[in-house]
Design a protein around this ligand. Structure first.
Ligand code: AGP
Length: 611
């Protein structure tokens, strides 16, 4: 949440900061602002401009002559204080010489504020952030690095900050605790940002900061110190993302692009990871010995939102196929529960961004208790990816739309690979392995064929988008897909939707059924099909409209429901990949019909880096 960028170098600073913020907008879009240093002016003052709303509003507010030689920028997802100009970042000290942008929450800001007010500081915003520049000013004696170092010792909570001082040309000081910060190393220019998308147009050389580290940046150099003030020499990583992968291309929005990229993104997740000869999977990044893998007594998965739904599918599959007890739990719940960590359990943290605060803190807590935690992440170099004990990168490519789509199906691919690997170490025969593996190989094509239902789903969205409530129902491995369908619809169309196990329907949700409340059923062709069809009949008997996503050729279901979207017939264990596609498209087209901002829905941010 909140995007940060800093730049020191010869390019025009204001347009560069604006462009970086445009790329970071998915991290928050309540307000935005920049501060640039303007050496040479008689008063050496900082140039600051802010606007409520999106980056376009900031661009419109930007004076033509506002430029400087170095600067910082911020796009905000409000936590403390309303969405107002006064609360927009950057925030400054009373003199206006120090400017700070911040991502995170300063938990002790009230006591710091009281202390600073006693010393004569005047506060102009309702934010927790404003104590930071005031505190830095309190310690400032001509050296910004020294002042930031002193100030952060008093801060409790989470922060990724970038700070500048009007009298220290070209210098940016950044500090990290709990919120991501990355240094971009250019030739004769340096960047600092909350994630690499902000600077990938200029450099692919990056250095990831760890918690407790402070970086001192000038146009030509950067140096990092840790909590104990020791100098830290860090590896410079190379980002392999192409600039084109963070552009919309010919698509009207990122979500549509990302939905239609899924055949390729799933293929990338699988690529090079299948051992056809031995009908198993190869997952080099797990960092686990064969003995450890074959002795796993239980798998526990922690995640949030869509990633949690992928974990639910993974848990079902591991139990069903590999015969390993498995559970997927909400990171925000488990982290405060003091969970029992059994010695033979293997844990996974699933996260597209690799920065979700709840998932990260839950992972650290589980690691503290001695367990091995693997990451299933998309963003290379993200905090969860770096701090986990090993894992699987899903290689979806940058996912920019707030609603996760392609990362979800790639997370599924990671679980299918892992299941194949461990199942083959247990009871799965070579023949069963071959069948599982070849279905997995066919998934990109199955998804491509399902995407061909685009126009049919769009017509369905035109028919149903005025409904105020929806039920999404599935059983077994499709129950998490029902949850995911409901989440997608809620988050981008703002239509209320509930995902339920079809088996639970009669225990309460059926009371909602009426001619105004459509139900979306996921109908497999496995041992649960008949049960699901009975549930459909129960809804129809009560006058509820029913949409079914089912298997092509299932004429019985088709004749029973109001609208039917077929997916290609396959091994029923793989229907999560295909059946989620019409639900993603349905949410997308309903949102379009309702005129919603599909990529940046209200109140949300892509990566939830605060609790
Ligand atoms: C998905 O559409 C949501 N925007 C959200 O639920 C998301 O999946 C969740 O915040 C977890 O994010 P992560 O995968 O980056 O950890």
């Amino acid at each position: 949440m909140c995007g940060i960028i800093g730049y020191s170098g010869p390019r025009k600073t204001s347009p560069l900061l604006l462009e970086g913020l445009r790329r970071l907008e998915y991290r928050g879009y309540d307000s935005a602002g920049i501060a640039v240093g303007r050496e040479g002016r008689s008063d050496n003052s900082l140039g600051i401009v802010k606007a409520v709303g999106k980056i376009a509003a900031l661009k419109a507010a930007m004076p033509a002559d506002l430029d400087g030689a170095w600067g910082i920028g911020h796009t905000r997802w409000a936590t403390h204080g309303g969405v107002t100009l006064a609360n927009a970042h950057p925030h400054t000290d009373c003199s206006g010489k120090i400017a700070v942008v911040h991502n995170g929450i300063i938990e002790n800001h009230m006591s710091l504020k009281a202390m600073l007010e006693k010393k004569g500081c005047v506060f102009v915003s309702e934010t927790d952030t404003e104590v930071i520049p005031q505190l830095i000013a309190h310690y400032y004696k001509g050296n910004l690095l020294e002042a930031v170092r002193a100030a952060v010792q008093s801060l409790r909570g989470t922060y990724g900050i970038a700070c500048i001082h009007a009298d220290e040309p070209g210098r940016i000081v950044g500090a990290r605790n709990g919120s991501p910060l990355v240094v971009g190393v250019g030739a004769g220019e340096m960047f600092l940002a909350s994630d690499v998308t902000a600077m990938v147009a200029y450099t692919n050389k990056v250095v990831y900061l760890n918690d407790g580290e402070i970086v001192d940046i000038t146009q030509d150099s950067y140096s990092i110190i840790d909590r104990d003030e020791n100098r830290v020499d860090k590896k410079v990583d190379e980002v392999t993302w192409e600039l084109g992968s963070i552009e919309k291309g010919d698509f009207p929005c990122y979500m549509e692009k990302e939905i239609f990229e899924q055949p390729e993104s799933i293929a990338r997740a699988i690529s090079g990871r299948l051992d056809v000869e031995n009908s198993t999977a190869k997952l080099g990044g797990l960092n686990l010995e064969r003995r450890h893998l074959s002795g796993i007594g239980r798998v526990r998965i922690i995640a949030a939102g869509t990633s949690w739904h992928a974990g639910l599918v993974g848990a079902h599959l591991l139990e069903h196929v590999a015969r390993i007890p498995a559970q997927s739990e909400l990171a925000s719940e488990i982290r405060y529960r003091n969970p029992v960590v059994e010695r033979d359990s293997l844990w996974f943290t699933v996260s597209q961004s690799g920065e979700t605060a709840d998932s990260l803190y839950a992972m650290r807590e589980i690691q503290r208790k001695g367990a091995t935690v693997l990451g299933i992440c998309n963003v290379v170099g993200s905090t969860i990816a770096r701090e986990s004990d090993g894992g699987i990168y899903v290689h979806s490519g940058p996912e920019i739309a707030v609603a996760s789509t392609k990362a979800f199906t790639s997370q599924l691919a990671a679980f299918y690979l892992f299941t194949l690997l461990v199942a083959r170490m247990k009871d799965m025969s070579r023949d069963e392995g071959i069948s599982f593996l070849s279905t997995l190989q066919s998934v990109p094509d199955l998804v491509r064929r399902t995407l061909a239902q685009r126009d049919k789903v769009q017509a369905m969205a035109k028919k149903y988008h005025k409904a105020k409530d929806f039920l999404f129902l599935g059983r077994g491995i499709l129950y998490p897909i029902a949850l995911e369908g409901a989440l997608k619809l809620k988050e981008i169309s703002y239509i209320h939707a509930e995902g339920c196990s079809a088996g639970e329907m009669k225990h309460g949700p059926i009371a909602l059924v009426s001619p105004e409340v459509p139900s979306v059923f996921l109908v497999s062709d496995d041992y649960l099909r008949e049960k699901t069809i009975s549930n459909i009949r129960e809804i129809k008997a009560r006058g509820g409209p029913v949409i079914a996503v089912g298997v092509e050729g299932d004429d019985e279901t088709k004749s029973l429901v109001d609208d039917f979207i077929p997916v290609p017939k396959s091994d029923s264990r793989f229907y999560p990949f295909t059946m989620v596609i019409p639900l993603q498209l349905f949410a997308y087209f309903c949102a379009l019909e309702l005129g919603r901002d599909v990529d940046q829905p209200r109140n949300l941010a892509k990566s939830v880096t605060v609790e």
